[in-house]
Design a protein around this ligand. Sequence first.
Ligand SMILES: Nc1nc2c(c(=O)[nH]1)N[C@@H](CN(C=O)c1ccc(C(=O)N[C@@H](CCC(=O)O)C(=O)O)cc1)CN2
Length: 294
Amino acid sequence: MATVIDGKAVAQSIRSEIAAEVRVLSEKYGKVPGLAVIIVGSKKDSQSYVGMKRKACAELGIKSFDHDLPEQVSEADLIKEVHQLNLNPDVHGILVQLPLPKHINEEKVLTEISLEKDVDGFHPLNIGKLAMKGRDPLFLPCTPKACLELLSRSGVSIKGKKAVVVGRSNIVGLPASLLLLKADATVTIVHSHTSQPESIIREADIVIAAAGQPMMIKGSWIKPGAAVIDVGTNAIDDPTKKSGYKLVGDVDFEEVSKVAGWITPVPGGVGPMTVTMLLKNTLDGAKRYIEKNN
Ligand SMILES: Nc1nc2c(c(=O)[nH]1)N[C@@H](CN(C=O)c1ccc(C(=O)N[C@@H](CCC(=O)O)C(=O)O)cc1)CN2
């Protein structure tokens, strides 16, 4: 049976460390980290993720700057908001919750975030540096960073291992594969045009599943003893629940946990760590800024 990696517990212990560092900053400089969270529209899951981020900020003593914009906001007005936050010295991190409505060009907006405040690590220059040998971005994207942190804290080494990333999104799959490559893994990306993905996944010592397909990865696809990190958060019908649904990952937990060496659950695995890595990036951005300007 696989060791189940408790992302919630790891996240909680890192959050305590962050809170202690926030107190030190406040006592030493009279300043606290500031995070601007921009959300456009009222998409239910985005609202819920933003709510988690703001709540976590409040719990750790990080000041959150809340910007809730209507669904119809123009790209120009959104960019204006970003420019104002770039100039605000109390804001050390800016995040624009994704996805944005169809009429807004995400890449254009993300490019306008100051590199020093890009705590999501989605600015094309930060992603570019992630892809380059010998260069490091100022911030690593939160979910990929969460995946590697969970592997490291579980004692899973990456160097020289075969890693397969399932999915190639800009938010998770692509940066996760770059991060694994930087950590000296041999990396393969499996995506919707890959034929026979199961035979490729079966070779992997490390699997990061980020395809957005509920319970797609079965026990027979996994090499015995592999580390399986499940990034999927899919709501499926469950008439036994009061809500009528339950959350499942991209991995068939019941089957895969019988074969893998390590596995993350959904919920309670990568999700809470994603928010924690955002808080850590914000703290790091604030420390860099405050130490430079004092
Ligand atoms: N600007 C960004 N947008 C999005 C990101 C991101 O990192 N930056 N990632 C995802 C969503 N996301 C954060 O924004 C996120 C997803 C899931 C969780 C989480 O804690 N999930 C829980 C379950 C939550 C529930 O019960 O509904 C878990 O897995 O335990 C946190 C953050 C897309 N957009």
